[in-house]
Design a protein around this ligand. Structure first.
Ligand code: FES
Length: 58
């Protein structure tokens, strides 16, 4: 079974890692034009949030 970890970047998206490699970047600021994916808009809107890590599957 793959190891899936979500690492919320400080002031940025949720990076989804599968077996240690970035699989995708999901928007958590709510402003991406391409939801559910991050398009970089978080920087323009000066999104602020702490970093966080969650293990989904091991
Ligand atoms: S987190 Fe990057 S656009 Fe929302």
């Amino acid at each position: 079974m793959p190891r899936v970890v979500v690492k919320s970047q400080q002031n940025g998206p949720n990076l989804v890692f599968v077996d240690g490699k970035v699989s995708t970047a999901l928007c958590r600021c709510g402003h991406s034009a391409g939801k559910p994916y991050c398009d970089g808009t978080h920087a323009k809107v000066e999104f602020k949030a702490p970093a966080h890590e969650t293990v989904i599957l091991e």
